[in-house]
Design a protein around this ligand. Structure first.
Ligand SMILES: Nc1ncnc2c1ncn2[C@@H]1O[C@H](COP(=O)(O)OP(=O)(O)O)[C@@H](O)[C@H]1O
Ligand SMILES: [Mg+2]
Length: 367
């Protein structure tokens, strides 16, 4: 009898962060405890088609996009509700290839981190690691996220939102926000589409690039400060890691600094901070997590200025799990290895699902 928990690790996807997702999935597949869990490796290609990969296929191809071809045992599949449970359905034979007990989203960016996959999980009625629909969507959109943080009295960098039809000149932006400026798509990650600009020409090029990824673009005041990140796990009583620091060798923490140049940034885990500052940052990270309704896991990214002011930059509800990622490193430093971390995440997802289910049953009983 198979008494293992079946975990669908979903990776790839249609966002520009497809390749980063493969790197994250590779690490999770390596650490997942196979005595407890049976992983289904579900890769979504760039066109949005879902495939089930036999073990470690994805690993061998982790630097390539998810391939379309159904060969070497790769099946084109869908997740459906059938016979009272969620099944991986073979789309050629319509056979059920196995039951899914938990979804582990390893999709970064739109369509994976933004509530879409979380909504699918909710419709299917299966626990999903991480935040739910609303919190995922809110944290994905840097404009909405900042508005909520500001409303909760949490400091963020001043910014303006531009859409394609609403162009504001360089001089006006500099008068409002200073120079240099950061330009970024509202819904993206991994620094894709992000630019630092200090001239009208650079602004025009930066806007053109950012609008390739989103119809809403933020122009932000540049914050001078150290880049500090905290990992948070859990549901109603979140647990916050010690802060880590990203010391960037480039002008800012660009895609190149993150993923292309292995010397592009140094992660200091934990960050060299005094106890008081550490505590202040951890409390702020917990407040942000709770305020935004995060569940399961998130990485809260902040700037620490010379005046010891903490400014929240962004919240990642599906943080990177690559071998260089801060989220697993922070827990590792706190005494929790990748395998134990995954245990926590899966348990939190089941817990969260069960308390929601209990509420649904109670509500149904009221009618
Ligand atoms: N307002 C800002 N001030 C200073 N640096 C910034 C600012 N916004 C972004 N950056 C730099 O750009 C990087 C990527 O921007 P971020 O908003 O975190 O986007 P992403 O979601 O793609 O990671 C940050 O890690 C930081 O180095
Ligand atoms: Mg970032």
């Amino acid at each position: 009898m198979n008494d293992k928990i079946n975990v669908a690790i979903v990776f790839g996807g249609q966002s520009a962060e497809h390749k980063v997702s493969l790197q994250s999935a590779f690490n999770l597949i390596e650490v997942i405890d196979r005595s407890k869990y049976h992983p289904f490796l579900l890769g979504i290609d760039r066109a949005g088609v879902w495939f089930l990969y036999p073990d470690f296929y994805a690993v061998a191809n982790r630097r390539q996009p998810v391939p379309r071809a159904t060969k070497n045992g790769v099946r084109e599949v869908a997740l459906v509700r059938k016979n009272g449970c969620v099944q991986v359905l073979d789309l050629d034979t319509f056979d059920g290839l196995g039951q899914v007990d938990v979804i582990m989203p390893v999709l970064h960016g739109p369509s994976g981190e933004d509530g879409c996959l979380q909504g699918l999980a909710q419709m299917l009625g299966v626990p999903c690691v991480g935040s739910g629909v609303l919190s995922s969507a809110v944290c994905m959109d840097k404009d909405i996220c900042k508005r909520l943080l500001q409303h909760g009295g949490i400091e963020v960098a001043d910014y303006l939102v531009l859409d394609r039809d609403h162009n504001v000149g360089f001089d006006k932006l500099v008068r409002k926000l200073g120079s240099p400026l950061y330009v970024k798509p509202a819904n993206m990650g991994s620094s894709i589409g992000v630019s630092k600009v200090a001239s009208p020409e650079a602004l025009a090029a930066a806007l053109a690039m950012a609008f390739r990824y989103d119809s809403k673009v933020l122009v932000e005041r540049a914050v001078q400060g150290r880049e500090i990140e905290c990992a948070v796990i859990g549901n109603d009583y979140p647990r916050v890691s010690k802060p880590g620091e990203v010391v960037v060798k480039y002008d800012y923490y660009s895609y190149t600094a993150k993923y292309l140049d292995s010397q592009g940034a140094e992660l200091k885990v934990p960050a060299d901070l005094d106890d008081l500052t550490t505590k202040m940052i951890q409390e702020l990270a917990a407040d942000v997590y709770t305020l935004l309704g995060c569940q399961g896991m998130a990485r809260i990214d902040m700037f620490l200025t010379e005046a010891d002011e903490v400014i929240v930059n962004e919240v990642n509800t599906v943080p990177g799990f690559t071998h260089i990622s801060m989220f697993p490193k922070l827990w590792q430093a706190g005494g929790m290895n990748g395998r134990e971390l995954l245990d926590h995440l899966i348990l939190s997802a089941v817990d969260n699902y069960c308390s929601r289910e209990a509420m649904t049953v109670r509500l149904a009983g009221c009618q």
